[in-house]
Design a protein around this ligand. Structure first.
Ligand SMILES: NC(=O)c1ccc[n+]([C@@H]2O[C@H](COP(=O)([O-])OP(=O)(O)OC[C@H]3O[C@@H](n4cnc5c(N)ncnc54)[C@H](OP(=O)(O)O)[C@@H]3O)[C@@H](O)[C@H]2O)c1
Length: 325
């Protein structure tokens, strides 16, 4: 698989998001064994970039990734995130990027991942109670100590990125970006390119919606996190299905799957963009990785660029409130 540089860090152009291996989404059977096989298959097919976070599970996703990469550490760029668990008392779900919290978080992540360094350590959400300069200052110290190699931000806005980058070079921004979430194109991508920061699109398959495999809200279990996402609810769901039909039309022209077109479109957006589609199934990781070889014509790219915008915000009200803009 092709390798690219994101802010100076070399990664495979497609990575693997591990979040859905430990909850959040719930369609069909999943197991740690199948998730582990999925990670191994991804590595075999040339993926080097695996994305997890302290909050996934919480904790058990990092443990799963740690077990899966045991003996293969050198093959992997491990990306994980802190700041969505407040160890001082608030616990999981509480935003906290204070220096003291980062110090506790990093030791836990290193232990669970079974490694003595993290390649890319992201702040998961901007903490309005801690100046970003303090957070990045602490991360810069962790680089000096050899505990992390690179610093990332997730869902940070332009001002925060500039302030952070002034303290220490930021390697990557991780933010939602896909055929139905085009917001980063307006301000974020130009800024990242100006500063030489790479971009890691999360939820590149629209949490699975853009694959065409979720056909009705009833396909989602009651405890599926997507049941709280406005795009998966009521009339929005039906309207958004039309977007998927358009993507499928392009897929049919190329004998590809809808998921593959969603990924091929992202890969066509630049050599500084490294999407991390998530799956816990071997067959799907194979399918997703094969999108690397799909060439979209200028006509097809134009059609995809002009899709009807998605109906509904990309996160719930609480989720949107946590996003730095
Ligand atoms: N920084 C952040 O705040 C943030 C937020 C969300 C996600 N992320 C990261 O981004 C990664 C990917 O995002 P995501 O998991 O939200 O969304 P995604 O990659 O857009 O979609 C994942 C969903 O699509 C399904 N899927 C994957 N490949 C498929 C295929 N070929 N055909 C049909 N269905 C397919 C998966 O189901 P199965 O697993 O059952 O195959 C899963 O339900 C996560 O793993 C996580 O590492 C980061």
């Amino acid at each position: 698989m092709k390798h690219i540089l994101i802010g100076g860090l070399e990664v495979s152009c497609l990575g693997l998001g591990a979040m859905s291996m430990s909850g959040f989404y719930d369609i069909g059977a999943g197991s740690d064994e199948e998730s582990t096989r999925t990670i191994h298959r991804a590595l075999e097919l040339g993926v080097t970039h695996i994305d997890t976070a302290e909050i996934y599970g919480p904790y058990i996703n990092e443990e799963l990734v740690g077990r899966a990469i045991k003996g293969r550490r050198d093959q992997v760029v491990i990306a994980t995130k802190f700041g969505f668990v407040s160890h001082a008392g608030g616990g999981p779900g509480v935003i906290d990027s204070s220096p003291a919290n980062i110090r506790i978080a990093v030791e836990g992540s290193l232990k669970r991942l079974g490694t003595d360094y993290i390649d890319l350590y992201y702040q998961h959400r901007v903490d309005r109670n801690t100046p970003i300069e303090d957070t990045v200052g602490t991360l810069a110290q962790l680089i000096k100590e050899g505990k992390i190699k690179h610093i990332g931000l997730s869902e940070a806005g332009v001002d925060t990125i500039r302030r952070a980058h002034a303290v220490h070079p930021i390697t990557a921004l991780q933010t939602e970006y896909s055929l139905w979430t085009r917001d980063p194109e307006a301000e974020l991508l130009p800024l990242l390119r100006e500063l030489g920061i790479g971009f890691v699109p999360y939820s590149p398959l629209g949490h699975g919606f853009l694959t065409g495999q979720i056909k009705s809200p009833e396909d989602l279990a009651d405890n599926d996190w997507r049941k709280t996402n406005p795009r998966f609810i009521g009339e929005n769901f039906q309207r958004n299905l039309r977007i998927v039909e358009e993507v499928k039309a392009v897929a049919d022209q190329l004998g590809a799957t809808t998921a593959q077109i969603a990924l091929a479109w992202l890969l066509a957006q630049g050599n500084d963009i490294a999407p991390i589609p998530g799956t816990r199934r071997v067959a799907r990781v194979e399918e997703n990785i094969a999108s690397e070889s799909i060439e979209l014509s200028s006509e097809q790219l134009k059609r995809l660029n002009n899709l009807t915008p998605a109906s509904g915000e990309r996160h719930s009200e609480a989720g949107m409130a946590a996003i730095d803009r």
